[in-house]
Design a protein around this ligand. Structure first.
Ligand code: FAD
Length: 564
């Protein structure tokens, strides 16, 4: 039809190197012909993702210097730290999102946005294969290819179910705005079901058993929000079942919030105990059905099942499949997340950068993996390795986790080779693994500096945009940047993360915070600090006003319990 043709033409002529093509042309390598390379004076930057990393990159980028295109299945930015508040209606979903087009508009419309998802990165030909996610009856084929000069991958990560049976089908997640909205209506559903006539007390109790798997910041914050919602609002609306509500947090480790300072972790546990939130540590969930959650109690080795009304799965994230595929292409198949150098350039390919959760490693897991590598190398269980074996292990670790290099050379482990010498500096035959692991643990506190958080993602985005804004200076240096460590200096300083602290809201107008300089703060005043930091961090004045007015509304009228 003519409208179809018009849209195809518009896409082809839009100047950004977008080519809509039919199914016969799905092979991305055959679709480069349409790109107006000659007319295009500016370098094309394609940004994948509109989350913390992508938006922070776009907000500071000098768009006049580049032809910028953004691909994301979400046409908005979501302020994820407030997602747990959306689950209980403390803030409304629309208050924490900012349309991407509002952000683009402020950049004088020089950025193009495609509501689509990237399906494949063809790094050899600098092409992407994408698919529209917006429902469309106009363009026959949903797929298109995009060419880039520079690619910025900021696609975050996806929920990790650890292949636990029944999790995908029977659990809720708390990753996207839609997830939070679904949880909100399911919680209300559970209460409505629990007061239906004809149910036994046992059935009512089951409906009101809320289980949270994962005692990290998200799981703990959701448990606290839910407890407040129940105690401050729902018990007044459903008085007949108010004593039947139970909230359980299941944690595989020994403590909840174990990535925080010990003082915060124990404060949270004590507070939950006072509030009647059950914390079941040392338990690993092995399956979830629509009625029961089954877990293994690590200490006793027993398996037990508990019935539930709702399960929220919040145990961590993993790499998206198309990123895994890309990692295979560039020789990173055995890694967990994309490995970049200190300038956020993806190792093993040209002009590709990775930011945020898709390039941030779960450091705690790394430490476990490293311990396992040592264990495997120590075949006779003697606790010692020969110098040659030790060197092989170090090479293996660096090959798998290049970012570890950074702290192998830190002040705690100034030089690994020191461990291969005796106290007088003479070479030794065998290396004490325990000594090395101990030193590694001391360095662990440094390693914790790069968690998969919004803070890291936003700082990386801002850093990379500054590098891009000064890229024109590269013209004077056609060979490109020289390495910091090699001869001469790199034009840009490597990325350095500044840890500004982290919060854990614990409900009842109390929060805990770990602040820079090993400061820990807990209580009501910390909750007010949390309010002011989160209000100030909003991406626009519009969302700031909406969020603050939602908090005010909640103080005055309570939360809305209608299931819309
Ligand atoms: P995201 O913000 O997840 O963005 C990824 C983007 O990529 C999205 O726009 C997505 O639509 C897009 N995308 C996905 N697939 C594709 C594709 N195929 N093609 C193109 N685009 C794609 N961190 C903190 O620092 N403090 C907190 O208090 C905090 N609280 C949190 C609470 C919750 C409930 C959650 C879920 C996370 C929280 N985090 C917090 C973590 C923080 O949200 C993440 O670390 C951060 O979002 C990572 O940013 P990102 O840009 O890498 O990924």
């Amino acid at each position: 039809s003519s409208s179809k043709l018009l849209l195809l033409c518009t896409l082809s002529l839009s100047g950004g190197g977008v080519v809509a093509y039919s199914e016969a042309q799905v092979d991305a390598s055959k679709t480069s012909v349409q790109v107006n390379e000659k007319d295009c004076k500016k370098k094309r930057v394609v940004v994948l993702g509109t989350g913390w990393a992508g938006i922070s990159f776009l907000k500071d980028l000098d768009v006049s210097a580049y032809d910028v295109q953004v691909v994301s299945p979400r046409n908005y930015f979501a302020f994820t730290p407030l997602l747990p508040s959306v689950t209980c209606g403390t803030v409304e979903a629309r208050s924490i999102v900012e349309p991407v087009r509002n952000i683009i508009k402020k950049r004088n419309g020089e950025i193009q946005f495609w509501e689509a998802e990237c399906m494949k990165i063809d790094a050899a030909n600098k092409k992407l294969l994408c698919r529209y996610t917006v429902e469309n009856n106009l363009v026959g084929n949903d797929e298109f290819s995009l060419e880039y000069d520079y690619l910025v991958i900021a696609v975050g990560a996806q929920v990790n179910t650890f292949n636990t049976p029944g999790v995908l089908e029977n659990c809720h997640f708390l990753k996207e705005v839609e997830d939070a909205q679904k949880i909100r209506s399911t919680v209300i559903d559970c209460f409505e079901k629990a007061v239906l006539p004809g149910l036994s007390e046992e059935e009512r109790r089951i409906n009101l058993h809320f289980v949270i798997v994962g005692g990290g910041p998200t799981g703990v914050e959701f448990a606290a929000e839910l407890h407040d919602f129940v105690q401050e609002d729902l018990v007044n609306l459903y008085p007949s079942v108010k004593d039947m509500v139970k909230i359980t947090v299941i944690q595989s480790g020994d403590h909840i919030l174990n990535m925080f300072d010990e003082r915060i972790s124990s404060f949270a546990e004590q507070k939950f105990q006072r509030d009647g939130i059950e914390v079941q540590t040392g338990s690993r969930v092995i399956s979830v059905s629509d009625k029961e959650i089954t877990m293994k109690l690590k200490a006793k080795g027993e398996i037990c099942s508990v019935p539930h009304g709702l399960v929220v799965w919040s145990t961590g994230v993993e790499t998206r499949p198309f990123v895994k595929d890309f990692m295979g292409q560039i020789g990173q198949a055995n890694r967990r997340v994309l490995a970049t150098d200190e300038w956020l350039r993806v190792k093993g390919c040209e002009d590709v950068y990775a930011l945020g959760d898709c390039a941030t490693i779960n450091q705690r897991k790394v430490m476990e993996d490293i311990a396992a590598i040592f264990k495997a190398a120590d075949k006779d269980n003697s606790g010692f390795l020969t110098v040659e074996e030790f060197k092989d292990v170090i090479d293996d670790i660096l090959e798998r986790y290049p970012q570890v290099e950074h702290y192998l050379k830190s002040k705690h482990l100034r030089d690994v080779t020191d461990l291969m010498k005796d106290s007088e500096g003479n070479d030794i035959d065998e290396v004490d693994i325990e000594g090395f692991k101990l030193a590694l643990c001391q360095a662990d506190s440094q390693v914790k500096n790069l968690p998969a958080t919004a803070q890291v993602a936003a700082q990386q985005g801002a850093y990379l945009s500054k590098c891009f804004n000064r890229k024109s200076k590269w013209k004077d240096n056609p060979e490109g940047p020289r390495r910091f460590r090699g001869s001469g200096r790199h034009q840009f300083h490597p990325f350095q993360y500044k840890h500004l602290g982290q919060f854990a809201p614990l409900g009842g107008e109390q929060a805990a915070a770990e602040l820079p300089g090993d400061w820990v703060s807990v209580g009501r005043s910390t909750q007010w600090l949390w309010y002011s930091v989160y209000a100030s961090k909003q991406v626009s004045w519009r969302t700031r006003v909406l969020v603050v007015s939602d908090w005010t509304r909640r103080f005055i009228f309570g939360r809305d319990s209608s299931r819309i």
